[in-house]
Design a protein around this ligand. Structure first.
Ligand SMILES: [Zn+2]
Length: 177
């Protein structure tokens, strides 16, 4: 199978991935649930979690409850999408947000991760390579609990945040997946 996959062109692989994604959504066809992250509907969300939560994950973009809540915060309670230019740093970016944030913020959106090669830049949040007051918005979820010196990481994030900027720094809580 691996040999067969290596023979396929990138566009064929993309078409196959899209077809597989579409097939997985067929049992969920309907209008009972709406995901604000991807603006698509389904009959219900699919189960998710080590301790399974029914009706949890968007079948289209993979957004969980916490992602949909964060999107609603961004949309209704923050200035992130007010149309004014804002530089956003997204550490350890959640896949369900990436294309939407790239569309809305364009070149002002930067993803960073220490280990994930798909992030735009490699970054150690205890030694950030950007000057002070570089970003209007920082999002860094489920990262600080893995950093040995989380106080240093938070000082670094504060250092690169602009004076009137804001950050979402969520750590994994009980029941989070
Ligand atoms: Zn979605």
């Amino acid at each position: 199978m691996r040999v067969l996959k290596s023979c396929l062109s990138k566009s064929v692989k993309t078409h196959l991935q899209n077809a597989r994604r579409f097939i997985r959504t067929v049992p969920y066809y309907g209008k009972g649930r709406y995901c604000p992250v991807c603006s698509k509907s389904s009959s219900r969300f699919r189960p998710s979690g080590a301790i399974t939560r029914e009706d949890a994950q968007c079948v289209h973009c993979g957004a969980l409850e916490r992602h949909r809540l964060l999107y609603l915060f961004w949309h209704k309670k923050s200035d992130l999408f007010d149309g004014k230019p804002k530089k956003m740093l997204h550490v350890a970016p959640e896949q369900c947000f990436e294309s939407m944030l790239k569309d809305k913020l364009a070149s002002d959106y930067l993803t960073a991760d220490l280990l994930n090669p798909h992030a735009m830049v490699k970054m150690d949040i205890c030694d950030i390579q950007y000057p002070e007051k570089s970003f209007d918005v920082i999002c860094c979820n489920h990262v600080l609990e893995h950093v040995p010196d989380d106080m240093l990481a938070m000082r670094e994030l504060f250092r690169i945040l602009k004076k009137n900027g804001w950050a979402i720094l969520k750590i994994k809580g009980v029941g989070d997946t």
